[in-house]
Design a protein around this ligand. Structure first.
Ligand SMILES: [Zn+2]
Length: 92
């Protein structure tokens, strides 16, 4: 079905399942506001991810420190299925 875009006035083929308004062509459906919102979303996600990874590396740093303490006490790390246990070195 041929339609005329209400935004840019160009004729376009209306495909079933096209996102956005039926009277707006696919290139106008991807409006600047929508892409800006998407970019802002990505930015926020990136910030959250950065904060999470910062937290994670801080946690890792703490874990490493306590590992060293346990290691000095003769414990080694054994990887379990979903957890990590510390066992005395001579038991593994
Ligand atoms: Zn258009």
């Amino acid at each position: 079905m041929r339609k005329t875009c209400s935004k840019c006035g160009e004729a376009f083929e209306l495909l079933p399942g096209k996102p956005g308004f039926v009277s707006v062509c696919p290139s106008c459906t991807q409006s600047p506001e929508a892409s800006a919102r998407k970019a802002a979303d990505g930015d926020r996600q990136h910030r959250e991810w950065a904060a999470a990874s910062r937290d994670y590396s801080r946690k890792l740093e703490r874990t490493r420190t306590s590992d060293l303490v346990l290691e000095s006490l003769g414990f080694v790390k054994v990887l379990g299925k979903s957890f990590t246990v510390m066992v005395p070195k001579d038991q593994c």
